[in-house]
Design a protein around this ligand. Structure first.
Ligand SMILES: Cc1cc2nc3c(=O)[nH]c(=O)nc-3n(C[C@H](O)[C@H](O)[C@H](O)COP(=O)(O)OP(=O)(O)OC[C@H]3O[C@@H](n4cnc5c(N)ncnc54)[C@H](O)[C@@H]3O)c2cc1C
Ligand SMILES: *[C@@H]1O[C@H](CO)[C@@H](O)[C@H](O)[C@H]1NC(C)=O
Ligand SMILES: *[C@@H]1O[C@H](CO)[C@@H](O)[C@H](O)[C@H]1NC(C)=O
Ligand SMILES: *[C@@H]1O[C@H](CO)[C@@H](O)[C@H](O)[C@H]1NC(C)=O
Ligand SMILES: *[C@@H]1O[C@H](CO)[C@@H](O)[C@H](O)[C@H]1NC(C)=O
Ligand SMILES: *[C@@H]1O[C@H](CO)[C@@H](O)[C@H](O)[C@H]1NC(C)=O
Ligand SMILES: *[C@@H]1O[C@H](CO)[C@@H](O)[C@H](O)[C@H]1NC(C)=O
Length: 482
């Protein structure tokens, strides 16, 4: 999922192909009118006059287009034929209705961080949320109303941690350094203003469309467009964060993972709530060794240094090559399987030895979060299905353009996945964090949205109710395209 050079080629100025390529008009099977020659100019004229006057509508011929359609992962190239940047929330429902009337697919882009290749199936009109940046903090200081594209506002930056703000993140759950204290980003949502697949504008919360409220918190990308949301806000943590990172050689792997596993259940079965996050990677640091990857691990603690260092004492005892210091029996807690980690490490080293050109930027990453508040929310309370999971592991492989190594990289990803599955012991099913899914075949709807039969059945029932024609199917779809 590493950014490579841009491959973007947007050929046609006509939307003709868009309409012709729609396999069958899902929404308007009885609509005799299938538009055959919709151009950027026609859409500008027709849609432009019903939307607020600061809205922008432009096609590939426009100089703004490359920036407005760019994405973090350049392997992901949804076929964007026209872009609309609504200036007001009320525009969104009109855009959706217009798309439905003309059999045009639509896709929301927020920050463009979504990196799943499922987005490649998209062809049509992109709704950019960039102009909807409003932030309004309630008088009581407990919640804030954020428009669908808000992320840049300094208030937002000050109040929320990285990852807590963009809607794309929240809709899939939202992991971040405050979750030990406050839960997932989705757990802080109080109310959502949503435009559904037929263009209706509805309020979604614990008392209004309660079923959809459940689904939007974990599987939200499949259900509607969030034009704004009210979320809980919290006073800034009083203390500073204490960061301590270590770089260890590969022979320390077992010692490191044993201590990480202990740390994650050291306080009544959970990680210390003030341990915001610990994240580790395997990478090749050529100045340390040309063949043996190093283990890099960084801890972020929201409290005083002495307290953090007391917690980190066991790690200080494992001899590191480099260090950098900046200023419960609840449920069954899964561990990292140390045997598996040794195998993953070996696979990492072997693969990079075989394909050294991939080494730059390639890493096997591990993330662990403080999870107390996440696990205090009952698993059935929201659509997010993986509250019991402590850790996230992913492989980010750099494939230089023209190297022909995409297939070996895919095979490596598959082998990594197989090792992780094997290490989970018998009876475990694959679990994918939807926001980190890449589009691999083993990232099934069950693995992303939960494999309890009741959960999937409920999601599918809600899907039939709120999006019967599957308009929201491009971001890690719950229901595959027919
Ligand atoms: C650099 C980077 C850092 C990350 N950090 C974190 C992190 O700390 N924690 C974490 O949990 N995840 C993190 N992620 C993963 C992130 O959650 C997903 O990439 C997510 O899809 C990004 O959402 P976006 O709005 O930024 O991206 P987009 O690509 O703009 O949106 C992704 C999808 O979300 C949907 N969507 C977006 N906005 C709306 C809306 N208003 N209404 C309805 N649907 C919408 C659309 O289906 C869209 O395709 C990170 C990813 C990257 C690349
Ligand atoms: C295409 O648009 C032009 C006007 O721009 C119109 O005269 C023509 O009939 C349209 N063709 C079709 C097939 O709709
Ligand atoms: C846009 O609309 C607002 C109110 O609807 C109006 O005050 C303003 O003059 C309009 N601007 C332009 C450039 O038409
Ligand atoms: C829930 O949504 C309804 C409909 O939009 C709204 O009237 C009500 O005030 C909302 N409740 C909360 C707590 O936001
Ligand atoms: C651990 O759990 C016990 C029993 O529920 C409780 O009394 C105690 O305060 C908890 N300790 C911490 C540090 O949370
Ligand atoms: C690699 O190791 C050297 C020391 O040998 C260090 O200075 C450098 O910061 C390391 N690089 C990274 C990316 O950690
Ligand atoms: C850890 O992984 C190994 C190798 O796949 C496996 O044999 C073992 O059962 C796993 N341990 C646990 C506790 O699941």
């Amino acid at each position: 999922m590493a950014p490579i050079s841009s491959l973007a080629v947007y050929g046609t100025l006509l939307l003709q192909s868009l309409v012709a390529a729609t396999p069958f008009p899902r929404y308007f099977q009885n609509n005799p009118l299938t538009r055959r020659n919709l151009t950027t100019a026609v859409v500008q004229r027709e849609l432009g006059h019903i939307l607020s006057n600061d809205t922008l509508i432009f096609g590939p011929e426009s100089p703004e287009f490359p920036e407005a359609s760019s994405r973090w992962n350049e392997f992901v190239q949804p076929h964007v034929e026209i872009i609309v940047e609504p200036a007001q929330e009320a525009d969104i429902s009109k855009i959706v209705r217009y798309c439905n009337d003309n059999s045009i697919e639509f896709l929301v882009k927020n920050r463009g961080h979504g990196f799943t290749t499922s987005l490649n199936a998209f062809k049509g009109l992109q709704i950019n949320m960039i102009k909807l940046q409003g932030v309004d903090i309630a008088a009581n200081g407990q919640t804030a109303l954020l428009q669908g594209g808000a992320f840049a506002d300094p208030t937002v930056r000050a109040l929320w941690d990285k990852g807590y703000v963009t809607r794309g993140v929240t809709l899939g759950g939202g992991h971040g350094r405050l979750e030990g204290l406050y839960g997932l980003a989705a757990d802080g949502v109080v109310h959502l203003n949503v435009v559904t697949s037929d263009g209706s504008e509805i309020g979604v919360n614990a008392t209004s469309h309660r079923d959809l409220f459940w689904a939007m918190r974990g599987a939200g990308h499949n259900f509607g467009i969030v034009t704004s949301s009210r979320i809980k806000i919290h006073p800034r943590p009083k203390s500073t964060w204490h960061y301590h990172s270590y770089t260890w050689t590969g022979d320390k792997l077992e010692a490191v993972f044993e201590e990480i596993n202990k740390l994650h259940k050291s306080v009544n079965g959970s990680a210390p709530v003030l341990l915001g996050m610990d994240a580790g990677t395997y990478t090749l640091n050529q100045s340390i060794s040309k063949t043996e990857p190093v283990i890099f691990w960084d801890f972020a603690y929201n409290g005083p240094a002495e307290e953090a260092e007391a917690m980190l004492q066991p790690f200080n005892a494992i001899e590191a090559v480099l260090q950098n210091v900046r200023d419960v029996p609840y449920v069954q807690i899964p561990d990292y399987n140390v045997t598996t980690q040794r195998r993953l490490y070996g696979l990492f080293a072997r693969t990079l030895a075989q394909y050294p050109v991939m080494a730059r930027g390639t890493l096997l990453a591990h993330e662990g979060y403080g999870n107390k508040a996440v696990q205090q929310v009952p698993s059935h309370a929201t659509a997010y299905p993986h509250r019991e999971q402590n850790f996230i592991v992913y492989l980010k492989a750099t494939v230089p353009e023209g190297s022909g190594l995409l297939e070996p990289a895919r095979a490596w990803a598959k082998e990594t996945f197989d090792l992780l599955m094997e290490g989970q012991g018998p009876g475990q099913t694959p679990k994918t964090y939807v926001n980190y899914a890449w589009g691999h075949p083993w990232e099934t709807a069950k693995s992303m949205y939960g494999d309890e039969p009741w959960r999937l059945a409920l999601l599918k029932k809600l899907k039939a109710k709120y999006d019967p024609f599957n308009r929201f199917r491009f971001y890690n779809p719950l229901v595959a395209a027919k």
